[in-house]
Design a protein around this ligand. Structure first.
Ligand SMILES: Cc1cc2nc3c(=O)[nH]c(=O)nc-3n(C[C@H](O)[C@H](O)[C@H](O)COP(=O)(O)O)c2cc1C
Length: 312
């Protein structure tokens, strides 16, 4: 990808979700037409020091363009080292800076949502990424504040630091993942900046996506949890299809499982696919019995058999 993203027709993004949006899941979401994908959050320190686990985590699927790697950190020399590591990897289209993570371990390092309390440092980090990156785009993912809501200041700080676009999760750090999403704050942030913006938070279906896009006037919507167990949401949005055929689900689940086995091997791939199976089985009869059985299975062939029978 040599050009900047074209937001003119509206874009749909898969949000980064640590523990979920790995290469196999992103590949499936991409098949359903998601426009842009982000890696799970990667520690800039881990990347700077070349952990092989980290390099595995940022691998890109062959169908995955544009693809952004998201980094979290606050130590500028390490961030620059991390960016230099990414510079040497082909196929990554942009670097996204995490300014939203609420986890205490990340906050205690002054990273993630902690940066929303220190906008000059946030700006310096974005500027450093932009200056040292050889990728086309630098983006930023934020919340609307740490405790107090300051969406306009945050959006303007990101824009002034040179971000090409931003994604705004409409909660403060204090709001965790359950407070009401403040789409009004997202709208205010959008009004205050010229760069494109993704609106994010609790977009779980087609109607909500249309509503959020219209209400906030953002150029894009970003979907996280709404895609887990439901990656076809991107196809629905692209094709204006409010409903999806339940008969398709078995094939999709098996294909996702196959990708997991390819990426993680067996039995690790079997055990980490369980959380996805829990999500896919939501709303099906006998889901609890299925989940209890799948929790005990380690053999991939047994898992394939059970999945085939359950989603028949
Ligand atoms: C399990 C989980 C993991 C997450 N991991 C990340 C992450 O690695 N990077 C990030 O910027 N946000 C992360 N988030 C936040 C999401 O990207 C998103 O902003 C938030 O879940 C709200 O959007 P949603 O309601 O569509 O899920 C995570 C959220 C959850 C629930």
């Amino acid at each position: 990808m040599n050009e900047k993203l074209d937001f003119s027709q509206g874009l749909v993004a898969l949000a980064p979700l640590a523990g979920y949006t790995d290469l196999p899941f992103r590949k499936i979401a991409k098949k359903f037409g998601v426009d842009i994908t982000f890696s799970e959050m990667i520690s800039a320190n881990a990347l700077a020091y070349n952990s092989s686990k980290t390099l595995h985590m940022i691998q890109k699927a062959e169908n995955e363009t544009p693809y952004f790697v998201q980094i979290a950190g606050s130590d500028i020399p390490n961030i620059i080292k991390a960016v230099e590591k990414l510079n040497a990897i082909e196929g990554i289209d942009g670097i996204d800076v995490n300014c939203g993570c609420p986890v205490p371990k990340v906050i205690s390092q002054n990273a993630g949502s902690s940066l929303l309390k220190d906008l000059p440092l946030m700006q310096k980090i974005i500027e450093s990424v932009k200056k040292h990156s050889n990728k086309k785009q630098t983006s930023v993912k934020v919340r609307i504040g740490f405790v107090e809501k300051i969406p306009v200041q945050i959006a303007q700080a990101a824009e002034n630091a040179g971000a090409d676009f931003i994604s705004v999760h409409g909660r403060t750090r204090s709001g965790g993942y359950t407070a009401d999403v403040d789409y009004g704050a997202i709208k205010e942030a959008k009004k205050a900046i010229k760069i494109p913006m993704f609106a994010n938070g609790d977009i779980t279906n087609y109607e909500k996506a249309l509503y959020v896009r219209e209400f906030t006037k953002c150029e894009g919507v970003m979907i996280g949890r709404g895609a887990i167990g439901n990656p076809w949401i991107f196809y629905q949005l692209k094709h204006n299809l409010p409903l999806v055929e339940k008969s398709m689900i078995k094939g999709i689940v098996l294909e996702h499982f196959e990708e997991m086995l390819r990426f993680y091997g067996s039995p690790h791939g079997v055990s980490i696919f369980r959380k996805h199976l829990h999500a896919y089985s939501k709303g099906f009869d006998n889901a609890t019995t299925f989940r209890n059985k799948i929790n005990k299975i380690e053999d991939k062939n047994e898992a394939i058999k059970l999945i085939g029978e359950f989603f028949e």
